[in-house]
Design a protein around this ligand. Structure first.
Ligand SMILES: Cc1cc2nc3c(=O)[nH]c(=O)nc-3n(C[C@H](O)[C@H](O)[C@H](O)COP(=O)(O)O)c2cc1C
Length: 128
């Protein structure tokens, strides 16, 4: 238990404790643009403020055509940089380190499958 609050080094990155936020998509907080919003920034900052050492930003699609769902966060366009930068800076202000989960869901992004959330949940780890 005492280890939980001690720092850990992963390669060159020093993480202040062993508390990690796993990636959890906030679907419908974004829109078709895939850009992060003020709500995302406030959400991740609140977790960092609470003391989390490593925050893994939710699955971000690397391609517009390979999203799990249209309102998923994206990392395929320059316009998406600003929101992700704001999330990162907000977390850094509280001493948290940030990772991002890259996601390519081409095999499940047909309209028919995307409307069935149970399909997404059952296959997601195959594509992350
Ligand atoms: C609302 C929600 C969104 C999630 N989004 C992602 C995601 O984007 N990527 C991922 O790999 N796992 C995702 N997960 C799975 C969580 O990361 C996982 O539940 C968490 O690591 C807890 O682990 P457990 O399932 O072993 O309890 C999500 C889970 C929930 C509840």
């Amino acid at each position: 238990m005492s280890d939980m609050f001690s720092p850990i080094r992963i390669k060159q990155v020093e993480i202040k404790n062993r508390i990690v936020l796993p990636p959890m998509v906030c679907l419908h907080w974004s829109d078709d643009s895939g850009e992060a919003t003020a709500r995302h920034v406030a959400h991740y900052e609140a977790i960092a403020r609470g003391g989390c050492g490593l925050i893994i930003i939710e699955a971000c699609s690397v391609s517009e055509s390979a999203r799990l769902l249209d309102p998923q966060l994206g990392i395929w366009a320059d316009a998406q940089i600003e929101g992700l930068r704001q999330i990162t800076e907000a977390c850094h202000r509280h001493g948290a380190k940030v990772l991002i989960q890259l996601c390519h869901a081409l095999a499940v992004n047909t309209k028919a499958l995307r409307t069935q959330s149970f399909v997404l949940l059952s296959v997601r780890f195959l594509f992350f």
